[in-house]
Design a protein around this ligand. Structure first.
Ligand code: GTP
Ligand code: IMP
Ligand code: MG
Length: 340
């Protein structure tokens, strides 16, 4: 029985989608439960030569034997939910995806308010997906829940009951987080943050699993840092410099150009501390060091890359167990066996 959580260590878009897909396909957990804010997330998944962009359905969908649950803490936009169920139809997701009946619902007015708000959309640079206004209404206790919505009928369940029962029966559960440490409402770069805490403790609360039941917390870092939206970014570089290094990126949800910067060791240390990290997944190593593109063995990495990995381990005191060398789930170095 294991219950692991994966979270972002930066300002989101660290490549969580890729890591979740790899881990779920490889480890085959019984339940994959989505935590985090809501459809402001955009996880990219590349599997069998196809690319998927996901905002609501767990990225572990590629493991077709798993139940895909959305925790009560997550905001559900029924339009996005049903769009993705159709979009991923060939993975049989309609038969195995359920949201907690207490999930708060994003309605049209939330999206409109988000986009019309000078504070949220212009100053903070929100995604315009209605998450902030829906979480405001949740705090005011006026928001609708999934159980109130006709469109969610047949797609709701008691997520904590399912997850804790699975653990009691000795099965494995994987909790997938969204956003990243720097976007946490509590610990991020306030006010340039999202509408909720985004650290591992909140992810376990989102799906109703107590902290005593968590085995591993995997924090995902990109080999460089990206940020979309406004706010401080100490290691940011000029866009021209990023372009020269071949590091341009665009957002999955909004299509906005991502700001780019160098890996920030101080942020990584704080992120590991507050998340209680037990493992680190390091992504996009191939984009910083093209020599390692699609490499799957640690021994095939250059000395320069190995030194970068060791530097991160020395500073954070957390082992790097997953190294991602390309967007496809196959482009992965898995070092977890070496921990045992
Ligand atoms: P949020 O939930 O929005 O925070 O996103 P995310 O963490 O799932 O990341 P997202 O998919 O938005 O962005 C990561 C980008 O990097 C995607 O385009 C991935 O396909 C890509 N990617 C992930 N890992 C690797 C890697 O190791 N190498 C390369 N070249 N691309 C990668
Ligand atoms: P909101 O969550 O849409 O209110 O946006 C608040 C801030 O968080 C903005 O800077 C967004 O760009 C950022 N943000 C929210 N979710 C994500 C994500 O999944 N990836 C990257 N940035 C995000
Ligand atoms: Mg994203």
């Amino acid at each position: 029985m294991t219950c692991n959580i994966l979270v972002g260590g930066g300002w989101g878009d660290e490549g969580k989608g890729k890591c979740i897909t790899y881990l779920c396909y490889h480890d085959e957990p019984e339940i994959i439960a989505r935590a985090g804010v809501g459809p402001n997330a955009g996880h990219s998944v590349e599997f069998n030569g196809e690319k998927y962009g996901l905002r609501m359905i767990p990225s572990g969908f590629v493991h077709t034997g798993a139940r895909l649950l959305i925790g009560a803490g997550v905001l559900v936009d029924p339009e996005v939910f049903h769009y993705e169920l159709d979009y991923l139809n060939k993975y049989n997701v309609k038969q195995r995806t359920f949201a907690d009946y207490r999930c708060a619902i994003i309605e049209e007015e939330h999206k409109q308010q988000d986009k019309a708000s000078d504070h949220l959309y212009k100053k903070i640079g929100s995604t315009g997906t209605g998450c902030g206004p829906a979480n405001r209404d949740r705090a005011l206790r006026t928001v609708k829940q999934a159980q109130d919505m006709e469109s969610m009928e047949g797609f709701t369940t008691d997520v904590p009951l399912e997850v804790n029962t699975a653990l009691d029966e000795g099965k494995d559960v994987f909790i997938e987080g969204s956003q990243g440490f720097g976007l946490s409402l509590y610990y991020g770069t306030y006010p340039f943050v999202t509408s909720k805490d985004t650290t591992a403790s909140s992810m376990s609360a989102d799906v109703g699993v107590g902290p005593t039941r968590i085995d591993d917390v995997i924090v995902v870092f990109k080999s460089y840092i990206t940020r979309v939206g406004e706010g401080p970014f100490p290691s940011e570089m000029q866009p021209e410099e990023a372009e020269k290094m071949g590091l341009e990126e665009f957002g999955t949800v909004t299509g906005r150009k991502r700001r780019i910067g160098l890996f920030d060791m101080e942020m990584a240390k704080e992120s590991c501390m507050i998340n209680g990290a037990t493992q680190i997944a390091l992504t996009c190593v191939d984009r910083l060091y093209p020599s390692c593109e699609r490499v799957t063995e640690y021994s095939d990495l250059s000395g320069e890359i190995k030194r970068f990995v060791e530097e991160i381990e020395d500073a954070t005191k957390v082992p790097v167990t997953i190294i991602s060398t390309g967007p496809d789930l196959k482009d992965t170095i898995d070092l977890r066996e070496e921990l045992i």
